[in-house]
Design a protein around this ligand. Structure first.
Ligand code: HAM
Length: 424
C-alpha cells in the first residue's frame, strides 16, 4: 500500500497561522487605516488578469514580466497571469468602470496577495502581500507628498521608526528620452561585459543599480537623471520635497534608485529598512503618468505605492516590536453533563450575540480538562454549569483571575455577564 502523502505549502509561499496571523491582520489593517484617513476607498480586484495587461502595463523588459510571472493557459486556452503587482489591475478597472469620468483624483486602496516567481529567501516570497494605494487623474505635487506621507504614517502608526525614505525623480517624456541617450552613450564607452552591455541597450538605468563593485566604480561618474530634468519635472520634484519638508517627513534623495517596474515617471520613492538584510525595501511607489493612456484609457496621470506586509512584519521583529493581539475570549463555558451542555451552549451563543467573545469546552471533557481549557482560553470568566445547578436554576460564575466562584441566577446570566464585561 502506498504511504499517505503529506503536503507542504508551495516553496516560497508563507502561511500566516495563529498567533502570528494576528500580527498579519494588524499590519494590513494599520497600513490600510492610514489610507482610509486620507480618503482612499477600497477596491477589490481579481487575482488573475489577461497576461497582456501586465506585459503592456508593467513592461516586457522588466524582470517581473520577463522572468517572474505565473502565467498559464486556462481551460479556454486564454493566457492569464496571477497578478505580480496591483497598479496595472487598478488602472484597468478604473478605465473599465469609467471611474476616471467622475471626480478626480480617483483615490483607491487595496490589499492582498501578489505573485512573483522569484528565488525565495528571507523577506522574498513567491506569494507576497501588499497594501497599496493609487491616486489617479491629478498631476499635483501635493498628491505625491500625500501618498508618501500616508505610507510614512502607516508605518509609524504600527510603531516602526527604523526606516528611511529614499526619493528621486525619473523625469518625464520631455527629458527622459534625451537622458537615456546620454546615459547609453556614457555606458557604451565603458569596458562592460556583454550581458551588462545588453542591459544598457534595453534599460540603461538598471546598470546604475548594479551591485558589483567593479561596475559601481565604472559608473561612479555616470550622468544622473536628476541633473537633467526638464524645467517642469524639476519644479514638480522641488515642490514635492517642499511639501514633505512642511509635513516633517524626512527623506534622502537617491538619484541612483531604480525601480523594477517600467511605468514610473517623475517622483519615485522607496522605504528602506536596514534591519532586513538584502530584501530591505518595505514599500515603494511613484508616479506613472503615461500608464493609463498606455492601457487604452485617457491620458491621465497617477501616483501610488505598494507596501510589503511581509517585510513590515519582519521590520517590526527586527525592531523588537509586535503589532496586534490574538483575540482571546472573555467568557468560557464549562458544562458538566449533557443537559447542562445543551443549556450552556445556548447561553454562550446569546453572549456572542451581545458582542461578547465567548467559547465553550467541547468533547465531553471532565471538569479538570474543561477548567484547563478555560484557563488557556485567556477568558476572565468561566461559567460552570452542572446538572444539579440546572435543576436549581443557578450557574457557577468563576473569576479566573482570583479563582473566586459564586452561584448566580441562570435566568439572568446573560445580563449579569454583560454587566461584568461592560456590555449590557
Ligand atoms: P514593488 O516595489 O514591486 O512595487 O513592490 C512593493 C513592495 O512589495 C516592496 O517594497 C516590498 O516590500 C514588497 N515586495 C515586493 N516583492 C516582494 C517579494 N517577492 N516578497 C516579499 N515582499 C515583496 C509595486 O508592486 C508597485 N505596484 C507599487 C506601486 C503602486 N507603484 C505605484 N503604485
Amino acid at each position: 500500500m502506498n504511504k499517505p502523502s503529506t503536503f507542504a505549502a508551495p516553496k516560497g509561499v508563507p502561511d500566516y497561522v495563529p498567533p502570528a496571523s494576528a500580527e498579519f491582520v494588524a499590519v494590513r489593517d494599520g497600513l490600510t487605516k492610514a489610507a482610509r484617513l486620507a480618503g482612499y476607498s477600497h477596491i477589490e480586484l481579481p487575482v488573475f488578469e489577461d497576461t497582456s495587461l501586465f506585459a503592456r502595463g508593467v513592461g516586457e523588459s522588466t524582470d517581473v514580466v520577463s522572468k517572474e510571472m505565473y502565467t498559464f493557459a486556462d481551460r479556454g486556452d486564454r493566457s492569464v497571469t496571477l497578478r505580480p503587482e496591483g497598479t496595472a489591475g487598478v488602472m484597468r478597472a478604473v478605465i473599465e468602470h469609467g471611474l476616471d469620468r467622475g471626480q478626480l483624483p480617483v483615490k483607491l486602496s487595496y490589499s492582498g496577495p501578489f505573485f512573483r516567481y522569484e528565488r525565495p529567501q528571507a523577506g522574498r516570497y513567491r506569494q507576497l502581500q501588499q497594501v497599496g494605494v493609487e491616486a489617479i487623474g491629478v498631476d499635483d505635487p501635493a498628491l505625491d507628498a500625500e501618498v508618501i506621507a500616508v505610507a510614512d504614517a502607516g508605518f509609524r502608526g504600527l510603531g516602526l521608526d527604523g526606516f528611511r525614505l529614499e526619493i528621486t525623480s525619473l523625469g518625464d517624456d520631455t527629458c527622459r528620452p534625451q537622458y537615456r541617450e546620454l546615459l547609453q552613450e556614457f555606458l557604451f564607452g565603458l569596458p562592460l561585459d556583454d550581458e551588462t552591455r545588453r542591459r544598457a541597450e534595453i534599460n540603461p538605468l538598471r546598470v546604475l543599480d548594479d551591485k558589483r563593485p567593479e561596475v559601481k566604480a565604472l559608473t561612479a561618474d555616470a550622468p544622473l537623471m536628476i541633473d537633467h530634468l526638464s524645467e517642469s519635472a524639476k519644479a514638480h520634484f522641488d515642490e514635492v520635497l517642499g511639501h514633505l519638508d512642511a509635513l516633517g517627513v524626512a527623506y534622502t534623495v537617491n538619484p541612483r534608485m531604480v525601480r523594477g517596474l517600467d511605468y514610473y515617471t517623475k517622483t519615485t520613492f522607496e522605504f528602506v529598512h536596514d534591519g532586513l538584510g538584502a530584501q530591505s525595501g518595505i514599500g515603494g511607489g511613484g508616479r506613472y503618468d503615461g500608464l493609463m493612456a498606455q492601457l487604452g484609457g485617457q491620458p491621465l496621470s497617477g501616483i501610488g505605492f505598494g507596501l510589503g506586509i511581509d517585510r513590515t512584519i519582519l521590520a517590526l521583529t527586527a525592531e523588537g516590536k509586535t503589532a496586534g493581539e490574538v483575540a482571546r475570549c472573555e467568557v468560557f463555558g464549562v458544562p458538566l453533563g449533557d443537559q447542562a451542555k445543551a443549556k450552556l451552549f445556548v447561553v454562550i451563543s446569546q453572549l456572542r450575540a451581545k458582542g461578547i467573545r465567548a467559547d465553550i469546552s467541547y468533547g465531553g471533557r471532565g471538569v479538570k480538562g474543561a477548567m484547563k481549557a478555560a484557563d488557556r482560553s485567556g477568558a476572565r470568566i468561566a461559567l460552570v454549569l452542572g446538572e444539579r445547578d440546572l435543576a436549581d436554576g443557578t450557574i457557577g460564575l468563576k473569576d479566573l483571575g482570583t479563582g473566586e466562584q459564586q452561584q448566580v441566577s441562570l435566568d439572568t446570566i446573560v445580563e449579569t455577564v454583560g454587566a461584568l464585561v461592560g456590555k449590557r
